[in-house]
Design a protein around this ligand. Structure first.
Ligand code: UDP
Length: 211
């Protein structure tokens, strides 16, 4: 369905269930030339995106733009461009994992694992998130964890380390927790070098998963 223009952004009118199905569909399909990515704008992003052409480009090329934040959905109602519901970025990863573990539990044959890579958050946080994820959601495997150092985005060698780590792990899904707008700008610039199917720009979700 067509994107809804709202607060200077273009947002996909999808609910959580549609988002989960779409992302898992991409994860189950063969990998394309470039990693797809999902952005989850809230009202802060509407402000950040003004006069920020690189961020506008990053949003335009996102495979899915979902409304994270009740104010965005409220604005859509006020402007009579109704978005179905809030799909919070921080709820998205747990919702995907829950669906995978339900599917795994229901299937007689051992089902295909969802391979996940965690990129971002402070050192050690990704490892804690990994043990929580694999303990909590059967069928979800965390195949790689990487916490890039300060300023990595300006360093070619550091970026190459990330491509290599992802290439080695061959994940379906990368959770990118570098904060906005760094994560959106980074994936827009590096999606064609990332051997993964889908990336989610998810802010502090790796920290939540570690808790
Ligand atoms: N972060 C990071 N590298 C950076 C900047 C931030 O790994 O260069 C991580 C930080 O540790 C946190 C996440 O980015 O896990 C999101 O932080 P924040 O809450 O500021 O982002 P928001 O949710 O507001 O986008």
């Amino acid at each position: 369905s067509e994107r809804i223009k709202l607060l200077g952004m273009e947002i996909d009118p999808v609910n959580m269930q549609q988002t989960v199905e779409t992302v898992l569909g991409w994860c189950a399909a063969p990998r394309g030339n470039s990693c797809r990515y999902v952005v989850t704008p809230n009202v802060d992003h509407a402000i950040m995106i003004q006069d920020n052409e690189p961020l506008q480009a990053a949003y335009e090329e996102a495979s899915l733009v979902i409304a994270d934040g009740a104010p965005v959905v409220l604005a859509s109602r006020v402007l009579q461009k109704t978005l179905p519901e809030r799909v919070a970025g921080s709820d998205l990863a747990p919702a995907l994992f829950k669906r995978v573990s339900q599917t795994t539990a229901e299937s007689k044959r051992p089902s295909r694992l969802l391979r996940v890579f965690l990129l971002g958050a402070a050192p050690g946080v990704g490892e804690r998130a990994k043990s929580n994820i694999i303990a909590r959601w059967q069928g979800v495997d965390v195949v790689g964890v990487y916490s890039p150092p300060q300023g990595f985005e300006h360093d070619v060698a550091e970026n190459q380390k990330i491509y290599a780590a992802v290439s080695e792990a061959q994940p379906d899904l990368v959770l990118i927790g570098l904060g906005a707008p760094k994560q959106e700008l980074w994936i827009h610039q590096h999606a064609d070098k990332l051997e993964a199917k889908v990336a989610l720009c998810i802010g502090a979700t790796i920290d939540f998963l570690a808790a």
